[in-house]
Design a protein around this ligand. Structure first.
Ligand code: NDP
Length: 460
């Protein structure tokens, strides 16, 4: 008789949990995966995937505008929000089904309901108890509910933005990170009067300064209103259903909707972590070592619930490292350096490695290669938006330590640039690479002279 019902119990059927559960089951392990909402998790159900579909929808406005310069004459246009939401829901349902089926095909048991620890080896779901030799917590995160904001109950988060009964006429979005910036562009593209309210000096605080300023300018040029160094202090609902926001600066603004996008908090409440003896940090995140192991040797945690880097591919990578360590006798640390990432704003930001500001703190001298140009596709369209490309090079070793792109398809470029940066290539490799012509990306390999240098943090 086996000592435990299962070899692995996974709590959470999102990107990380499903990857770990599916591959462990395919290895012949007895695996159970519990999910309380929908298989696929945030990324598939109310995150990356539906967001990208909304981004595509919102880009048509500019595609239609640009088409005239290329000779097209278009008839009357009409956007129907319920059609987009229904089509998106159908696609999400299809993907959710695939996630569940693939788990089951691999031999994993899928369990619907909320899993709660009873003791370090026992989990209860919907009144049924399961014992497992190893347990993996992959419960993700949820939008920060902004408890301190009076009137927050009148506001939405990204969760609700995917299911609004109707498109608002106007919206204010609080935050300056990925979600706030992406949704500001989505709503604006769909014709909503959009305001972004950010507490800091410039949006996208952890990104390269050129990307931040460049995107800010491009968004404003499109008609998105951006208010920096301010926050919403109170929200009140008026008799006509509109929302009145009082800003810290004293201003009063009225919107149809207000969306809060001020970060995501780990889902650890009500998991029974005390019963398992698992330690959490100040933000409720599960504390793990470099192998994603908690303080309890057989309990592991991956993905947003650990609040290391809240990105789907990171959760998936952490799942792969967990499998190597826990089941293949090949201890594998998670390497969180040089993660390529994109903000699906309009224009997109694609980036990998260090910003100029972060690199300046780490290296004595930098060479900065910077190009700003109007991409060819914008010429006949009559669009003035510029693309910015930037290489951050450590002068001593010639290693390219950061690449940043603001412009169409920057996200696609970041994926490929990520391989080069991960491989530790020097600027000489960029120089000896032939350009693909005519593309926008060719600029990355044709910047021969540094635009400027940075020594001891000072531009020279
Ligand atoms: P981010 O951490 O990206 O941004 C949070 C923003 O909210 C920051 O601008 C922050 O300001 C601001 N903020 C935090 N607390 C407050 C507060 N109390 N009052 C006012 N503003 C506040 O979080 P998001 O919610 O945008 O996204 C969550 C995570 O999801 C991201 O970290 C990202 O990893 C992931 N994501 C990734 C996407 C992608 O890969 N394309 C898309 C969407 C999400 P400050 O900068 O000053 O700290």
């Amino acid at each position: 008789m086996a000592e435990f019902d299962l070899d692995l119990f996974v709590i959470g059927g999102g990107s990380g949990g499903v990857r770990a559960g599916r591959l462990a089951a395919a290895m012949g392990k007895r695996v159970g995966v519990a999910e309380e909402y929908r298989f696929g998790g945030t990324c598939v159900v109310r995150g990356c995937v539906p967001k990208k579909l909304f981004v595509y929808a919102s880009q048509f406005t500019e595609h239609f505008e640009d088409a005239t310069g290329y000779g097209w004459r278009l008839g009357e246009r009409h956007f129907d929000w319920p059609t987009l939401v229904a089509n998106k829901d159908r696609e999400i349902a299809r993907l959710e089904g695939l996630y569940r089926t693939n788990l089951e095909k691999a031999g994993a048991l899928t369990i619907e309901g909320r899993a709660v620890f009873v003791d370090p080896h026992t989990v209860e779901v919907a009144g049924k108890r399961f014992t497992a030799e190893k347990i993996l917590i992959a419960t993700g995160a949820r939008p920060n509910p902004h408890e301190a904001l009076p009137g927050r109950e009148h506001c939405i988060t990204s969760n609700e933005a995917f299911h609004l009964a109707e498109l608002p006429r106007s919206i204010a979005i609080e935050g300056g990170g990925y979600i706030a910036v992406e949704f500001a562009n989505i709503f604006h593209g769909l014709g909503v009067e959009t305001t972004l309210i950010y507490r800091g000096k410039e949006i996208l605080s952890r990104f390269d300064g050129d990307m931040r300023r460049g995107l800010h300018e491009a968004m404003e040029a499109k008609g998105i209103r951006i208010i920096c160094q301010d926050i919403i202090q109170r929200v009140e609902k008026r008799a006509d259903g509109t929302l009145e926001a009082t800003l810290k600066s004293g201003g009063m603004e009225t919107y149809d909707q207000i969306m809060l996008a001020i970060g995501r908090v780990p889902n650890t409440n009500g998991l029974g972590l005390d019963a398992a003896g698992v330690e959490t940090g100040v933000r409720g995140e599960i504390l793990v070592d470099e192998y994603s192991r908690t303080n309890v040797g057989h309990i592991w945690a991956i993905g947003d619930v650990t609040d290391r880097v809240q990105l789907t591919p990171v959760a998936i990578h952490e799942a792969m490292c967990f499998l190597e360590t826990a089941f293949k006798d090949n201890p594998t640390k998670v390497d969180h350096a040089d993660i390529a990432t994109a903000v699906f704003s309009q224009p997109e930001v694609g980036t990998v490695g260090l910003s100029e500001e972060a690199a300046a703190e780490r290296f004595e001298e930098l060479e900065i290669y910077r190009a700003s140009f109007r991409p060819m596709r914008h010429t006949l369209a009559g669009r003035h938006e510029r693309t910015i490309m930037k290489l951050v090079v450590d002068a001593a070793s010639r290693r390219v330590v950061g690449v940043h792109v603001l412009g169409p398809d920057a996200g696609e470029m970041a994926q490929l640039l990520g391989i080069s940066i991960k491989a530790g290539v020097t600027k000489d490799f960029f120089d000896s690479t032939m350009a693909v012509h005519p593309t926008a990306a060719e600029e990355l390999v044709t910047m021969y002279q540094p635009t400027y240098r940075v020594r001891n943090g000072e531009r020279i």
